[in-house]
Every structure is written in structure tokens, then in C-alpha cells.
Ligand binder design. Structure first.
Ligand code: HEC
Length: 153
């Protein structure tokens, strides 16, 4: 077995370890449409931030500059536009991946994706935490309207 096959097996092992933990975090959004829970099993903005965004943007959205460039989401004037945030999450931006739901039949495990409800909730969480005080939340329908033709599932 070559190294890349080994690496792939190792990453599947990691996924197997992580997925039950993600599923266990379900239940914070009682009454919500289960389809909105996507692959994370939660629509809670804080949990989505912690599980998905924090790995790159760090706790408290403080960002990191060193081996890479991960902009701070605290005190970042670009967050004044919730649409800018939504388009960034939907389409990705340079080294940030897209979180839109696309089928990749060539992979046998799904890429990480977020529903429109999850995207709206994580945007509203970030824009009202880490010292951010934007009081004009975005809703899932507004996120849905920002899907480009290319990023639609
Ligand atoms: C794999 C690492 C990674 C993850 C995970 C990630 N991002 Fe990013 N993000 C980046 C990078 C890198 C950039 C800078 C892109 C660039 O060069 O302009 C960025 C840019 C952004 C920007 C634009 C900032 C600006 O000033 O232009 C926002 C907003 C953002 N991310 C929010 C999020 C949110 C919310 C999540 C979780 C759903 C998230 N990101 C997950 C790496 C990541």
C-alpha cells in the first residue's frame, strides 16, 4: 500500500472518530427542519463556528498570520456586509473553501457543507460576538438568493 492510500485510510479513521461526536451535538435546534441541520446535526451558530470556522479563524475570531493568512473576524470592517460573509462561505475565497453542498461522486465521503440556515446562523453569531455588534441579521432565504448558478447543488 502506498503512502497516499495510507493517508487516505488514516483520514477516514479520523472522520469515523469525529462524525459520532458531531451527531451527538444534535438537538440544539428543536423544531427546526432536519434538512437544515446538514451534516453537522446542529443549526446553532456558536457550535458551527466552533466546529468549522474556529480551526482557521481561531477562538474569539482573532485570526492568525504566520504559515498562512487567516483574517480576524473580530473588529473586521468587511463584516458590516452580511452578504459579503454569505458569498464568502458559499463560494470560498482564495484559501478558504466553499461550504456549499455539491455531490462529489469521486469521493466516497462527503465534503464539509452547510445549509442556508446554518450559514445564516453562523453569520449572525459572528456578527454579534467577538466584539462585533451588527444588529441586522441575515435570514436563510437571503442566503439562498446568493447562491450562484455554479454553486447551486
Ligand atoms: C480552512 C480554513 C478556513 C475555514 C474552515 C474557514 N475559513 Fe474563512 N477564511 C479563510 C481564509 C484563508 C480567508 C482569507 C481569504 C482571502 O485570502 O481573502 C478567509 C476569509 C473569510 C472571510 C472574509 C474576511 C475578509 O476580511 O475578507 C470571512 C467573513 C470568513 N472567512 C468567515 C468564515 C466563517 C464564518 C467560517 C465558518 C463557516 C470560515 N470562514 C471557515 C480560511 C478559512
Amino acid at each position: 500500500m502506498n503512502t497516499s492510500a495510507l493517508a487516505r485510510l488514516a483520514s477516514i479513521g479520523m472522520l469515523c472518530a469525529v462524525l459520532p461526536a458531531l451527531a451527538a451535538s444534535a438537538g440544539t435546534a428543536a423544531g427546526a427542519d432536519p434538512a437544515d441541520n446538514g451534516m453537522l446535526g446542529t443549526t446553532d451558530g456558536m457550535q458551527i463556528y466552533t466546529q468549522i470556522c474556529q480551526g482557521c479563524h481561531m477562538s474569539e475570531g482573532r485570526g492568525a498570520i504566520g504559515a498562512g493568512y487567516y483574517p480576524a473576524l473580530a473588529g473586521n470592517p468587511n463584516l458590516a456586509s452580511s452578504n459579503y460573509m454569505a458569498v464568502t462561505i458559499l463560494n470560498g475565497r482564495r484559501n478558504m473553501p466553499s461550504f456549499v453542498h455539491v455531490e462529489h461522486p469521486e469521493f466516497f465521503f462527503p465534503t464539509t457543507w452547510l445549509s442556508d440556515t446554518q450559514i445564516a446562523n453562523v453569520i449572525n453569531y459572528v456578527r454579534s460576538h467577538f466584539g462585533n455588534h451588527y444588529d441586522n441579521p441575515i435570514n436563510p432565504a437571503e442566503v439562498a438568493a446568493l447562491h450562484t448558478k455554479e454553486s447551486k447543488p
